[in-house]
Design a protein around this ligand. Structure first.
Ligand code: AMP
Length: 190
């Protein structure tokens, strides 16, 4: 099984690269941001609670996203592998993911981190906000708060995978195809 964590701050290009990776490796895509937005669209209790935090650029509680991932792993037991996009975002989420995957006798193969500086991220997210309709992409202050959440709570997740010798950083600025090639090289080497 190939289980990839695609890592990086909001706007690093995780969604774009995920699409290409899914097509190439036939993986199941698990994006906690997408799962939460679908809960919001369906107007569920979970969605309503999550929306209040997402609208402020704050992470939703670990147990909420871990529960969603647990359900999805159960649903896709015959998958060739998974691409985790926007998850894990805290060290407790990373620990929980290891335990969940162990139940299926599998593990994370590699974490690929897309490195992009904050000025470029803000620029990209504001442009995305014009077409995505995502309220959290349309306000510069909110974007900065999300990047701050990333630096405080999510960046330490890189160290978690580094200690397992699974962390690979690549430059997330450049041509989409070139970045895709670099990610594939890291996957093949893992
Ligand atoms: P994203 O689409 O990945 O940028 O996520 C949008 C928002 O959903 C984030 O700003 C968080 O509020 C929430 N979110 C998504 N994934 C997670 C996660 N793994 N842990 C906590 N909050 C999350």
């Amino acid at each position: 099984m190939l289980n990839l964590v695609l890592f990086g701050p909001p706007g690093a290009g995780k969604g774009t690269q995920s699409e290409k990776l899914i097509a190439h490796y036939r993986l199941v895509h698990l994006s906690t941001g997408d799962l939460l937005r679908s809960e919001i669209r369906e107007g569920t209790e979970l969605g309503l609670r999550a929306k209040m935090l997402m609208d402020q650029g704050i992470l939703v509680p670990d147990e909420v996203v871990i529960g969603m991932i647990e359900n999805k792993l159960k649903e896709h037991q015959s998958a060739a592998g998974f691409i985790f996009d926007g998850f894990p975002r805290t060290v407790p989420q990373a620990e929980a993911l290891d335990l969940l995957l162990a139940q299926y006798n599998t593990a994370i193969t590699v974490m690929v981190a897309l490195v992009v500086d904050e000025e470029e991220l803000t620029k990209r997210l504001l442009i995305r906000g014009q077409s995505s309709g995502r309220p959290d992409d349309q306000n510069e202050e909110l974007i900065r708060r999300r990047v701050q959440e990333y630096n405080n709570k999510t960046a330490p997740v890189a160290g978690y995978y580094e200690s397992q010798d699974k962390y690979k950083a690549i430059n997330g600025i450049g041509e989409i195809e070139e970045i895709f090639k670099s990610i594939c090289e890291q996957i093949e080497a893992a």
